[in-house]
Structure formats: C-alpha cells, structure tokens
Ligand binder design. Structure first.
Ligand code: PMP
Length: 306
C-alpha cells in the first residue's frame, strides 16, 4: 500500500522528513492543538467529501486562541492545505486526517511562530461488535487545570494513561469520570447511554470536549431522524452498570457501541437497537446517502470554497 505523504508548511514530505526541532515548545511541552476528521470517498462522484469541515476549522481556531497561539491561517488557507494533502497523495479512499498546529519557538512563553502539518491516515472502524469498557481510576482533567473542551495534544496524556491502564486490565477502552465523580467521556470520543428509554449524555460543563459528532446527534439525528430528544444531564457511575445501551461517538469513532462496563453487560450484552439505528443514520449522512445534509459534506476535488 502506498505510503501517504504529510503536508508540512506548504510541502508534501515523507514521514521521516516531517520532523520538529527538539527545543521547540511543540516537542518539549506538547504545545500543539489539533483536529481529527474524516473524508469519505464517493466512487460515483469520484469525489472525497470532508464531514463538517467548517465546524472542525472553527474548533481548531478556538483551540489556537485558548492555548494562546499566534494564528496565521485563514479558513481558506486551511482548506487549501487539506486539498493539497489529499490531491498530492491522490487519495481515492476513505481517509482520516490530523490537522496539527504547533509552536516552533522555544520555552514556556512561546506563542509562535505557528507551524501546520496535516497527516492523512488510513483508519478503519474501531469496533462494530462493541467495546468492553471499564470506569477508569484516572479522573478526567478538569477544565480549570487545562482547557479540556478543546483539542490540545497535552490533554491526551490523560487519555493515554487511562487507555494503557484499561488495556493492561483486560478491557478495550476506559470511560472517564470527571473530578466531581460524574461520567465525562472516553479517551477520544463522547459518551452516550440509553437509560429507561431515553438517550442521555453528559453536558458540555462536565469536563468534556465540545464534540462535533455529539452536536450532530443532539441537534439533528436523534430528534429529527429517530424522533428522540437527547437529555443532557450528569450521569452517575452506577447508572453505567444498569444502562440498556451505550456508545462512544466522534469523528474517528463514528458511532462505536459499548457492550459492557466493568464487566456488567448492558442490556442483553449485544449492540443495542437504538445504537444500531444511530450508527446507520450517521453513516448514511456522512456518505451522502441521506441527501438532506449535503451542506455538511465539503467536496475537496471540485473547485469550491468553505
Ligand atoms: N472527546 C475527545 C476527548 C476526543 O478526542 C474526541 C475526538 N475529537 C471526541 C470527544 C469527539 O469529538 P468530535 O466528534 O468532534 O470528533
């Protein structure tokens, strides 16, 4: 399989040439912010469609602002870079991309110069059969310690520790509680459950990322396709054990079912019916089979602007 090149500050380079100076704040303090998004290949149109690109650029900008980066890029510059990395690699398949902005200056006070790279990755689905999760003994970092509602690389050390511990203990993935002891999210995905027939997810004030997929479910798919409003409320740990269904969602995870928590099977221990319906509704939207949401799908090869 052809190796995909990385777009770095205007050039396409092989992986080994996409390097950063060791004394940069980017390397030493993980002073970077990023977005992870998918583009879906449509063979009939011969086109790659990025899903909710505008919202990803918006959050990328908020991440740079909150982490006090100098922001040299317009959305048009970012879109141009996305098109260059896809066209330069002649991508004609589903693809996941990391857009990463980083601080090249040295030291804790560095706010620039800001560099940009885009790493295109082949990334399949995590699990269709469902994940066996645990409640992590690592707490989700508080928004008062480091802004957890945005995507900065340093935040992901919290997720990394929880994931490695979950794996060491024989689970597929951890679920974080926040510092108040309420359910927060996964390492790279938002958390939803079905309890007493309602779809429930923690509010954005519960130390979670402001997820684009979460908003897509709350604002559109659940009310307008399934006919079910999402309840945004705190979730207690033990509710996890008696939930009928649960799933993670995210640009990378799409909708990924959870079938047990701390070895308690959810429902009958298989992927739940509401989760199944949401998964299909979501995939129909991102692939354009549901024609109502074309404005969320940005074609990258034909000449358009975001
Ligand atoms: N929470 C965390 C911690 C994440 O890293 C992600 C992935 N970006 C999500 C939730 C889901 O966010 P989105 O739907 O915007 O991809």
């Amino acid at each position: 399989m052809k190796e995909l090149k990385i777009w770095m500050n205007g050039r396409l380079v092989p992986n080994e040439e996409a390097v950063l100076p060791v004394n940069s704040a980017a390397v030493f303090y993980a002073t970077n912010v990023f977005e992870g998004l998918r583009a879906y290949w449509n063979p009939a149109d011969e086109e790659l469609y990025c899903f909710r690109l505008e919202e990803h650029f918006g959050r990328f900008r908020e991440s740079m602002k909150m982490m006090r980066f100098t922001i040299p890029y317009s959305d048009e510059d970012l879109f141009q870079a996305v098109r260059e990395v896809l066209a330069g690699n002649e991508v004609r398949e589903d693809i996941h991309m990391h857009l990463v902005a980083y601080v090249l200056g040295a030291g804790m006070e560095a706010t620039g110069p800001t560099g940009l790279y885009i790493n295109p990755r082949r990334r399949g689905r995590l699990s269709n059969a469902g994940l066996r999760c645990c409640v992590s003994s690592w707490a989700r970092t508080s928004d008062n310690a480091i802004p957890i509602r945005l995507k900065c690389g340093a935040n992901y050390q919290n997720g990394r520790l929880a994931l490695l511990q979950a794996k060491a203990d024989g689970y597929d993935a951890p679920i974080f509680l926040n510092q108040r002891g309420e359910v927060a999210e996964g390492t790279g995905a938002s958390f939803f459950m079905v309890r007493k027939g309602q779809i429930v997810t923690p509010p954005v004030t519960s130390d979670i990322l402001e997820s684009i997929t979460r908003a897509t479910l709350i604002e559109e798919i659940c009310p307008n396709i399934l006919g079910m409003e999402v309840v945004e409320r705190d979730i207690a740990r033990t509710e996890l054990y008696v939930a009928e269904e649960a799933f993670f969602c995210g640009s990378g995870y799409e909708i990924t079912p959870i079938v047990s928590v701390d070895r308690f099977p959810l429902g009958d221990g298989a992927v739940g019916p509401i989760t199944e319906r949401l998964l299909h509704a979501y995939m129909d939207i991102v692939r354009g089979e549901d024609k109502r949401y074309q404005s969320w799908r940005t074609p990258t090869y034909s000449a358009v602007t975001v």
